[in-house]
Design a protein around this ligand. Structure first.
Ligand code: ATP
Length: 316
């Protein structure tokens, strides 16, 4: 479990992180999302003991990053941005070096090396010098060194940056399988990544958390009124008139012909009433023998949320 409370990190007089608090439960994958310079890497560097917090505290599985930095480092696996590797080493030599640095020895050392190589799909390149590896394989080596000592907590700074779509899918599936057993915190600019991997997201802007929760929760909180768009075979006008009588429905209006004999219907319900309104549309159709061809909830996408909260366009 990660517990961060009132975290401030200043570089000189500049506050890169300005009072951030959050918790990440064991077995959860939490994403840090934010524009360039929002403070994601800085938070990760504090969590790994690389930087001391200027104020506030960070406690990882009961260990304080300031009071017990060695204890924290022993149970954390860290994939820094831009994976620093000794390129003249082979994969096996490098991971062996990391195992030595972590004080691993005996049969357990060999088992851990074999497992990390296997889990990260590195068997075919284990004897290859890393200068000859593609970016995707180097990223996997970075992940392998992060998980080598089977850490309870994984901190991954932009784990899929620069990878091709196939490599991204492979690394994501590895992270998902690791996330079932560990506490994972990762940063990303890729909005799809948050939706694909994270049970919860922290959106940061200028050193502060501006939204926190599951993508669905954040979308629901920001959504305001809920909108349904339906395609009805028959009269949209009759449907609209009936649906206006449903208490949670704020408005229901025909919105044009979608195809011959098929009309579009727009229904707006109050915040949090989307499910009730959707059921009312369904019940009306069932009771009136109307053919409901389609019903779509308009939801805010991660991109809409990101742009609203940070005022920036982001890559998808
Ligand atoms: P990116 O998405 O570009 O990686 P980030 O959200 O990870 O950005 P940080 O790298 O944490 O952001 O940087 C937050 C702010 O702190 C930025 O304005 C950055 O310039 C500044 N900063 C980061 N490291 C240092 C440092 N060592 N000294 C001074 N300022 C720094």
């Amino acid at each position: 479990m990660i517990e961060v409370s009132g975290l401030v990190k200043r570089y000189g007089s500049f506050a890169a992180v300005r009072g951030v608090s959050f918790t990440v439960d064991t077995g959860r994958i939490v994403g840090l999302l934010g524009p360039n310079g929002a403070g994601k890497t800085t938070i990760m560097k504090v969590l790994t003991g690389y930087h001391r917090p200027s104020e506030g505290c960070a406690i990882l599985d009961g260990k304080d990053v300031v009071e017990d930095p060695i204890g924290v480092k022993s149970m954390v696996g860290y994939l820094p941005e831009g994976v620093p590797l000794y390129l003249d080493m082979t994969v096996t030599e490098y991971l062996g070096f990391i195992a030595d640095a972590r004080g691993m020895s005996g049969p357990g050392r060999k088992r851990s090396l074999d497992k990390a190589i296997d889990d990260c799909g590195l068997s075919t390149v284990a004897g290859v010098r890393m200068e000859r590896l593609s970016k995707g394989f180097r990223q996997r080596v970075g992940l392998a060194q992060a998980i080598l000592h089977d850490p309870a907590i994984l901190i991954l700074d932009e784990p899929t940056t620069g990878l091709d779509p196939n490599q991204i899918l492979e690394i994501r599936s590895l992270i998902l399988s690791l996330g079932a057993r560990k506490t994972v915190i990762l940063s990303t600019h890729i909005l799809q990544e948050v939706e694909a991997l994270c049970s919860e997201v922290l959106i940061l802007n200028e050193g502060r958390i501006v939204a926190q929760g599951s993508a669905a929760q954040i979308a629901a909180d920001m959504q305001g009124d809920e909108r349904l768009e339906c395609l009805v075979k028959g009269s949209g006008k009759a449907a609209a008139e009936a649906l206006r009588l449903v208490p949670c429905v704020l408005s229901a209006d025909p919105a044009g012909v979608a195809a011959p004999g098929v009309e579009r219907l727009r229904v707006v319900a109050g915040h949090g009433d989307g499910d009730t309104a959707a059921e009312a549309v369904f019940d009306w159709a069932a009771a009136n023998g109307a053919k409901l061809l389609e019903m779509r909830r308009e939801r805010l996408s991660m991109e809409d949320i990101f742009v609203r909260l940070t005022g920036e366009e982001s890559r998808r």
